[in-house]
Design a protein around this ligand. Structure first.
Ligand SMILES: NC(=O)c1ccc[n+]([C@@H]2O[C@H](COP(=O)([O-])OP(=O)(O)OC[C@H]3O[C@@H](n4cnc5c(N)ncnc54)[C@H](OP(=O)(O)O)[C@@H]3O)[C@@H](O)[C@H]2O)c1
Length: 297
């Protein structure tokens, strides 16, 4: 039996047209154009592609967008100065600092400097704390993209065992926080695995829903998946010039009941959430604006 394909591209197209409709409503109600500023430091080719895609998606959704490109030699103080300028610019509602930054810059210091109301990546400790307490201001883009996908595909999480491979601040940890909350698309029993986990395959085989976010090409093999499990592949790896995920897709699709491809799975969802968060940020910063999605305040 071959698994049902979860088409992230299609799901995100529907989602993005809904965001575009809400952006248009917001613009006509307030006269404000929600705007995202992305800061790209250095010349990492993958980062340049990500920023280009985010910029294009913003334009398509009717959001304002600006890319600030800084050279590889940029100092931490110079990058912080740019972030401070964006923090105080009333025309900018969301700030995205594209990672990785060059080695002379400590990423955490820069991410902490983004004002929480413009923190559309949901990396600031205040926003992560709110997420942990179940009262998010912004939803972290990739984890929320995974959750939206599950909801859209009517894959129940309540009472299910979700196993997440990876404990990063960007994917694994916030996804675990989201799926263990009370509420729609959550109420799961969550296990988080990492490089020190013992008996990894035994743990992954106990998953109803297995999420791979480790950055190791085709790491999850068919024998690590319980027949009928749902498999979500967050990984984006380049092998011999081609993109692949953290899951051995061809073998695992014969065991799983549903699976996301790479590319065309979680990736497009991440950008969609960024668009929604920019609209949410604009609503939070515009007095009298209609609510734009998530809870704020
Ligand atoms: N689709 C998207 O939009 C999107 C967004 C973000 C990231 N990604 C992709 O997702 C992947 C993960 O990204 P990330 O930023 O979360 O990575 P990361 O910060 O490098 O974290 C990787 C995690 O995987 C764990 N790990 C590594 N090797 C392992 C192994 N052999 N067994 C068990 N656990 C292992 C690490 O464990 P330790 O903590 O013990 O080191 C760590 O917790 C990457 O391929 C990245 O490109 C995709």
């Amino acid at each position: 039996m071959s698994a049902r394909l979860i088409d992230g591209k299609r799901i995100s197209e529907v989602f993005r047209s809904d965001v575009a409709r809400r952006v248009a409503e917001f613009r006509s109600a307030t006269g404000v154009i929600p705007k995202l500023a992305a800061v790209l430091t250095g010349d990492d080719p993958a980062s340049a592609v990500y920023v280009k895609n985010k910029h294009a998606a913003c334009e398509q959704a009717g959001l304002g967008t600006e890319v600030i490109r800084l050279p590889r030699e940029t100092t931490e103080a110079e990058l912080l100065a740019v972030v401070h300028r964006l923090n105080t610019d009333p025309a900018v509602h969301g700030i995205l600092v594209q990672l990785p930054v060059p080695p002379q810059i400590q990423p955490q210091r820069v991410l902490d400097a983004v004002t929480p109301l413009k923190d559309v990546d949901c990396f600031h400790p205040e926003n992560v704390g709110r997420l942990a307490q179940g009262r998010p201001r912004f939803l972290p883009c990739t984890p929320a993209g995974v959750q939206r996908m599950l909801i859209q595909e009517q894959i129940a999480t309540a009472g299910k065992h979700v196993v997440i491979l990876g404990r990063s601040d960007i994917v694994g940890k916030p996804l675990a926080l989201m799926l263990m909350q009370k509420g729609k698309g959550a109420n799961a029993t969550v296990t988080v695995c990492h490089s020190q986990t013992s008996n990894l395959a035994e743990v992954t085989r106990s998953a109803d829903i297995l999420v791979a976010a480790i950055g190791v090409p085709r790491f999850v093999t068919a024998d690590m998946v319980r027949p009928g499990a749902v498999v979500i592949d967050v990984g984006i790896n380049r092998v011999e010039g081609r993109l692949c995920g953290d899951v051995d897709f061809e073998a695992v699709r014969e065991v799983a009941s549903a699976i996301t491809p790479v590319p065309g799975g979680v990736g497009p969802m991440t950008i969609s959430l960024l668009l929604e968060n920019t609209l949410t940020a604009a609503a939070l910063q515009t007095s009298g604006a209609p609510g734009a999605g998530n809870t704020g305040g």
